[in-house]
Design a protein around this ligand. Structure first.
Ligand code: UDX
Length: 435
């Protein structure tokens, strides 16, 4: 099928390459010529395992092309909308890019074609855009097909997702949209992927409520970590124990520095802003607590570092291992790790920061930090070690070697990812999160 993908960020670039992998003929558009040039050369503009491989394969097969010229989408049956919806100044989602993409796309749309929204938008956006598309191009329609991809697993989550959700209008248009999307996802559906057909507002809500739930689950366990710290309990053992209850489940119960990244933080804020607009602020008032618990984790680590170093970090050398908001990603958007590193520097510490993939992206946001080439370089002469992103490389560090490098063997395990006993046996004072 001829498909266009508008927006080549984390979502769009992966979606475009994945659609080509599924055998479709894809044209991918972005307003950023540098990004388009890199993608056309087979270079992924961010670190995402598996993306370079499917990109190279798609380019070699001739099934994908990248352009900044929206006119090239003409003739595609399905136009996926995959632009960003960043957090605006009030916390509400900024729909500038979505509106601009739809406005740029409509002159090239034909009757019978479908615009398929994938971006995370405030509930009600799809209905508004659908009306705009129908008014501009008689016979064209807009439906919503939210994505749930996790960075680091984006290719797998796109090709073999947990579920497909189609938000479509009632009647004949909806039936045509379902048939077309079934064709787009034929391979995925053949694997037995559940597919749910819902209306437009439900589709929009599925996405934001899934992220709100995940954020709540993480903040729940982090609240338990706060309690555990006061009473001397171990939150990891607690998570294991409650996680055995199938109704609760162990996933997303890892206490630590909390959530960051390009989705969860902004999505819970945008969702609250939307609830306020809809006149039901109380319904999502709890998300303010979810956000506050999450941000407190960062304060806690900064305070712990100060306490360990005798009240102030000024003049102390701190090794920061990890800058990305989670492992297997170079994304530092709203990264708890990078935030903590920058705050420690602000308090007068010398911060030697290392991340296996995110140094380049971190440097763009915080050029003032000292970035080093390896974990060894970071550890050398450190007065305190902070592990802030749970990369395997850090889990596998030999604590005896680490002990021989640092000047003061104290480690804060911000992700509860180290072997506490092994680090303690190597002479480290170990401080975990809620344990
Ligand atoms: C998330 C959703 O999972 C995905 O479905 C949605 O489409 C986009 O947002 P992503 O931002 O890639 O995906 O990351 P995710 O794996 O969900 O992790 C989010 C944050 O939560 C990370 O900072 C991670 O470190 C943190 N986290 C996750 C925890 O602190 N504890 C956990 O138990 C799990």
């Amino acid at each position: 099928m001829r498909i266009s993908v508008i927006g080549c960020g984390y979502l769009g670039a992966v979606h475009a390459a994945s659609m080509a992998k599924l055998g479709h003929d894809v044209v991918a558009v972005d307003v950023d010529p540098v990004k388009i040039e890199r993608l056309a050369a087979g270079e992924a503009p961010f670190f995402e395992p598996g993306l370079p491989e499917i990109l190279t394969e798609a380019i070699a097969s001739g099934r994908i092309r990248f352009t900044t010229d929206m006119a090239e989408v003409a003739g595609a049956q399905v136009h996926f909308l995959a632009v960003g919806t960043p957090q605006g100044p009030t916390g509400a989602a900024d729909l500038t890019y979505v509106d601009a993409a739809v406005a740029a796309l409509t002159p090239h749309l034909g009757a019978g074609e479908f615009v398929v929204g994938k971006s995370t938008v405030p509930v009600g956006t799809a209905a508004r855009l659908a009306a705009e598309v129908e008014a501009a191009v008689p016979g064209a329609s807009l439906v919503w097909n939210p994505e749930f991809l996790r960075e680091g697993f984006a290719v797998q989550d796109t090709i073999s997702p947990d579920r497909l959700v189609y938000g479509v209008p009632a009647g004949e248009t909806g039936a045509r949209a379902v048939a077309l999307l079934d064709e787009v996802y034929a391979t995925t559906l053949a694997e037995g992927t559940p597919r749910l057909v819902v209306d437009l507002p439900t589709a929009e809500l599925v996405k934001v409520s899934a992220n709100a739930f995940l954020a709540t689950k993480i903040s729940f366990i982090n609240a338990m970590a706060e309690i555990a710290e006061v009473v001397g309990a171990d939150v990891t053992a607690l998570a294991d124990a409650i996680g055995h209850d199938a109704r609760i489940g162990r996933k997303f119960l890892n206490a630590g520095l909390g959530f960051g990244g390009g989705c969860l933080p902004k999505d819970i804020r945008a969702f609250q802003a939307r609830a306020n607009e809809l006149g039901v602020p109380d319904s999502l008032a709890f998300l303010a607590d979810v956000d506050a618990i999450n941000l407190r984790r960062r304060d806690h680590v900064v305070e712990l570092a100060q306490e360990i170093l005798g009240g102030a970090v000024t003049g102390k050398r701190i090794a920061v291992l990890g800058l990305a908001f989670k492992p297997n990603s170079d994304d530092v958007r709203d990264s708890p790790a990078l935030d903590i590193a920058a705050r420690l520097l602000g308090h007068g510490a010398t911060v030697a920061a290392y991340d296996p993939e995110a140094v380049v992206t971190a440097r763009r946001l915080h050029p003032e930090l000292e970035y080093v080439e390896s974990a060894t370089d970071a550890l050398r002469d450190a007065d305190l070690v902070l592990v802030l992103t749970e990369w395997n490389e850090f889990r596998e560090l030999d604590p005896a070697v680490a002990a021989s490098l640092v000047s003061n063997p104290v480690v804060i395990d911000g992700r509860n990812c180290l072997d506490r006993d092994a680090w303690t046996a190597a002479g480290f004072t170990y401080r975990g999160m809620g344990r």
